[in-house]
Structure formats: C-alpha cells, structure tokens
Design a protein around this ligand. Structure first.
Ligand code: PLP
Length: 425
C-alpha cells in the first residue's frame, strides 16, 4: 500500500474536506527550501510549511541544539520547576523585543498563545475588580482555532458551527488607507463606553485573510486611542514575527508597543511546537496577590518544553548572524523587483508586499474567497511545476524560508508569471 493510501485510511487532515479534496502530497524529505516527494519529485517550499520554517528545513544548528538538549533534560513540568533553556529563551525574548516587555508565558502554538493573551486581559480586569468585558478586533482577522481565538476572528464559513458558543466581539472594518479615519472614529466611539477590556490585531498583515496589508500609521493611532481609554492592546505576531515584515517584528515598524504580544510559528524554525505570550510588567503585576486564585491558573503539559526552548534559542542564534539578516533583506529586494516587473501587466485586483511576504491577488468575478475556484487550478499548476504554493483563495503568495536562493526565487517568479499569463490577462 502506498503512503497516501495508508494515510487516507487513518489520518484526519486539517482544513481538508476528505470527501472531495485532492490526496495529500507524500513528502519524505525536507532540506533547506526543498521538499522531496515519495516519487523523488522536488518542490520548493514557497510558504515555509505553513509559515513556520523561517531558516529552512533540517538546519544543522537547530538539529544539534535539540539533540544536545535531549541529553540534558527532555521534559520537565514548568509549575514548581524550571530549567536552563526556558530561562535562557525568556531572557533572550525580552532582549529581542522592545525594552518594556518583561514576562514570558509559555504554551504550545499560535492559538494557545492568543488564548492565553485573551485570558490575561480578561483576568487583568477581573483581578482589579473593574467591569470591562468587551473586545475589539478587525474584520478579516484570524487568531487561531481555540474558542477565544475563534471568538475574536472573522465570523463566517470557517466558524459557523461554533458561532453560537463564542463570546461577543466588536469589529472594525479592515483598515485600508481609505478606511483608516472611519475605523479610528468607530474605535473611539466604542472605547468611550468604558466597557472595553482589550483590542487584538494581526499587526500590518492579516495572514489568513489573504495577506491583507495595512499601514503602521493606523496602528499608531489605534494604540494611542487604546491608551487614552485604558484598553489593553494585544499584537498577534504569530505570523508577522521573525523577520516576515522585513523587521524582526511588525511592532518594530510602529511608534509604540502593545501591552501583550503573541509569538509562535517561526520561533523554533519550524521544528517543534511552541507559543509565547509576552507581556509588560504591569500585566504581570495585576496577577500578584496573596490570594492564589488571582494567579493565572492556566498551563499545558508541554509548557516550556526544554527541546522546544532549545530549538528556539538556536533559531535566535541564526537570526543573530549577518547571513540571516542579509537573506531577509535580499528576499525583500527580490520581491520588490518582481513586483515592479509585473505591476500593471496582468488583471490583478492587488499586488502587495510587506517585507518577505509577497501577495498577488488575481482579479476574479466572485470576489476574494478562500474557496475561489482559481485556487484549485493554481495549486495544481504549482504542484506540477515543483512548487508547494498554497494560495489563499485568489491570492497567490510567497513567504519562503530565508535560505531560499535567488535561483529558486527567480524560478518561482517565472512560474507565477506563467500562471498569470494563462489566468490573469
Ligand atoms: C496571526 C495568527 N494567529 C494565530 C494563528 C494560530 O496559530 P496555530 O496554527 O499555531 O495555532 C495563526 C495561524 O495561522 C495566525 O496566522
């Protein structure tokens, strides 16, 4: 029986309609930016394997760090115990973030990092005895698949069966430049009620919505309003962190910083699951009390797993190299040149870039939808041409590992243009 046949008998795939979707690609090896299938065919990993594999697959430095750590401690409970790597990583995270972040809470993935942030905000006000229960988010948002994260995400076909169980949230329209003033006015109107506990955004780029981009100037203004009305601000940098926007974090493009930031995905270079919720000291202080129930009574079995922490420290080591920073810069420039090359030539509803993320939105009559039919054609075309590029609806996008070579990038650009010549003229 082939790998795919065995898979189809027992594996339940995420975001997949098993009845109608194509069988999965059987990948048996991954190195740098190249994935090798069971039949030997190679694919360029155009989206860093769900946006996590920032330094490329099988990086020897990360592999060694995990292996070395395994010889020391594989796992230890983080309630009532600690270990060197969990401390080292927290020290390095607060070092790499802007200076007023001081506390690192550990969990397992992007959704839990967000879930923890939401619970922190809820309990912050609860502990202070202040009645603030409303949350503000952006239309089009995706913050993960746990209930709190879903409650603050875009309502619609992804979440329909669960919607009756969500807590209420208010939404601002997507803050495209022409809507910024309207969004800010609406935010202020809502904040004036004094009922808002928190606001959450994917800063600068909404990933799952189709790599939709907006300006740091808007975030500066929204942060100012939140501060003025005492609303806690969460940046969900699960996707935008780790160099994706051209700077280490999206917040590095802004004038101010949020109260809480959620990190995951690229943090272990795509090797092990890890989520971090990092806060400023005033958030942590709101949980200090003689009463035990004022503590954040939340945790996961794998919280602060030493192997994941070692992988994250090694990932940070690589970010500290000139080569890695040069690569990020190089990809930003290559994307910009490609953008200039195709701008105005094809029937696109938008062509946009933020750092190492390039998005090509093909004009389709049916509007931008995850299920747009052009998506299936694109997936097929890129598979055939040796690229694992999973479009978001009618949005083709590249967010490749930073080790992706110029030759590989040029190949991807040429193939994207070939697709546009067929489908967007
Ligand atoms: C902005 C953002 N937040 C949260 C998540 C959820 O992360 P995870 O899939 O690791 O649970 C994602 C995943 O794509 C994301 O893009």
């Amino acid at each position: 029986m082939s790998l795919v046949e065995r898979d189809q008998r027992v594996v339940w795939h995420p975001f997949t309609q098993a009845k109608t979707d194509k069988a999965p690609l059987p990948i048996v090896k991954a190195k740098n930016s190249v994935l090798t299938a069971e039949d030997g065919k190679e694919y360029i990993d155009c989206n860093s394997s769900w946006w996590v594999n920032v330094h490329g697959h099988g990086h020897p430095h990360i592999g060694k760090a995990i292996s070395d750590q395994f010889q020391e401690i594989d796992h230890i409970v983080l309630a009532g115990a600690t270990h060197p790597k969990v401390v080292e990583l927290a020290e390095r995270i607060v070092e790499v973030l802007p200076s007023d972040f001081t506390r690192v809470f550990y969990s397992d993935n992007g959704s839990t990092a967000v879930e923890v942030a939401i619970k922190m905000v809820m309990q912050y006000w609860f502990n202070k005895g202040i009645e603030k229960k409303r949350f503000l988010a952006l239309e089009g948002a995706y913050h993960g698949d746990t209930f709190g994260a879903m409650s603050l995400g875009q309502r619609g076909y992804f979440n329909k069966p669960f919607e009756a169980f969500f807590f209420e949230a208010d939404y601002l329209p997507f803050p495209s430049e022409d809507k910024e003033a309207e969004c800010l006015a609406k935010a202020e109107e809502l904040f004036k009620s004094g009922e808002f506990a928190g606001v959450i955004v994917e800063p600068l780029v909404q990933g799952s919505a189709g790599m939709q981009m907006y300006r740091p100037e808007f975030l500066n203004q929204l942060m100012k309003l939140a501060k003025q009305y005492d609303v806690l601000f969460i940046f969900d940098e699960v996707m935008t962190g780790w160099g994706r926007t051209g700077k280490m974090f999206a917040m590095n493009h802004c004038d101010d910083t949020p109260d809480i930031v959620c990190l995951s995905k690229g943090i272990t270079g795509g090797t092990l699951p890890l989520g971090l919720t990092v806060t400023k000291e005033h958030i942590f202080e709101a949980f200090l009390h003689d009463e035990k129930t004022k503590a954040l009574l939340h945790g996961h079995s794998y919280t602060g797993n030493p192997l994941a922490c070692a992988a994250a420290c090694a990932t940070l080591d690589i970010f500290e190299t000139k080569e890695s920073q040069d690569n990020i810069h190089r990809i930003c420039e290559k994307h910009a040149a490609f953008r200039a090359r195709i701008d105005g030539t094809y029937k696109l509803s938008d062509l946009r870039q933020c750092g190492t993320i390039l998005a090509v939105e093909i004009e389709v009559g049916e509007g931008s939808s995850y299920f747009a039919s052009i998506r299936e054609e694109a997936v097929e075309f890129f598979y055939d041409n040796g690229m694992l590029l999973r479009p978001l609806g009618n949005v083709l996008f590249l967010n490749p590992p930073y080790c992706t070579t110029n030759k590989q990038l040029d190949y991807c650009y040429d193939k994207i243009e070939e697709f546009l010549k067929m489908k967007a003229v």
